[in-house]
Design a protein around this ligand. Structure first.
Ligand code: HEC
Length: 262
């Protein structure tokens, strides 16, 4: 009986949510984002053009708050095959030199006052949190007017970071559904569980383009978190080949030595 009542109230709640939906063109809306936890970055550090686009994205949208304190501009240019002229013209902030580290111009103390938290350095973020984490983080911002930044995030709830990419992605809201569960003591507890996203306003990019934008950005951060990884993997193949050839030579020598003994 209680279960029937509960499911009835959940249904009413869902219907109310549905009634609030902005009038669309009548077509059923796909439940976007219901599977956000399984979103993968699927980036490829060896994909140089993608990493180059990611570097451009980082400079345009992240460097205002975040640093990459372990990477120099010149190293970035070298690894990502960005000619010195383009590096200075398009990426380097005015007044910075290529030999300097990639540092934000935002003073840490001001950042702490403005956001309540200092934006963390992103040099090692892809290794600390994982590529998929950053991908999901940048794709699960949603409007929540009560918050100071006007947004919240599924990956990092109550994050202090504003949705700096909203101009590209547009604005979306999160639709929650109520779930009732019976605890060990028989008490019924209700909680709000994320159901799906609803686009409120379009951005400059389509959904697929935005995914690409985020993937490139994550790819760049993945490269920065270990700049030598592509070279290391390429070298690894040669090392294994060398060891195989060497084993064969050693075996030949052994056979030669033992020939007389047997
Ligand atoms: C307006 C300032 C600002 C800009 C621009 C900005 N961020 Fe942030 N970012 C923050 C703040 C503040 C935090 C700390 C959030 C927290 O801990 O709640 C943060 C945290 C993060 C984190 C760490 C999340 C965690 O789990 O601790 C990542 C990753 C990140 N930002 C990525 C980016 C990327 C990528 C960009 C560019 C597309 C970007 N940020 C642009 C302010 C900014």
């Amino acid at each position: 009986m209680a279960a029937a009542l509960l499911s009835a109230s959940t249904l009413t709640c869902l219907r109310m949510a549905a009634a609030e939906e902005p009038a669309g063109n009548g077509e059923p809306v796909a439940k976007v984002g219901a599977d956000w936890q399984s979103w993968r970055a699927n980036n490829d550090v060896a994909d140089l053009p993608s990493a180059q686009r990611g570097a451009r994205n980082f400079v345009s949208y992240c460097l205002g708050c975040h640093s990459l304190q372990y990477e120099r501009w010149s190293r970035l240019g070298q690894d990502l095959a960005i000619p010195q002229r383009l590096l200075e013209q398009d990426l380097l902030p005015p007044g910075d030199k290529a030999t300097q580290y990639i540092l934000t111009s935002m003073p840490a103390a001001d950042a702490a006052t403005w956001f309540g938290k200092t934006p963390p350095d992103l040099s090692l973020m892809a290794r600390a949190r994982g590529r998929d984490y950053i991908y999901q983080f940048l794709k699960t911002f949603y409007v929540e007017p009560a918050r100071q930044t006007g947004v919240n995030n599924l990956r990092l709830p109550t994050t202090a970071m504003p949705h700096v990419l909203s101009e590209l992605e547009g604005l979306k809201r999160a639709v929650f559904r109520e779930v009732a569960s019976r605890g060990a003591d028989g008490q019924i507890t209700r909680s709000q569980v994320f159901d799906h996203f609803e686009q409120l306003a379009p951005g400059r990019l389509s959904a697929a383009q935005y995914d690409g934008f985020v993937r490139d950005t994550v790819n760049f951060l993945d490269y920065v978190s270990e700049p030598t990884q592509t070279a290391r993997r390429a070298l690894g193949v040669w090392v294994v080949l060398f060891l195989l050839v060497f084993t064969w030579l050693a075996w030949l020598v052994k056979r030669e030595y033992w020939k007389d003994v047997h």
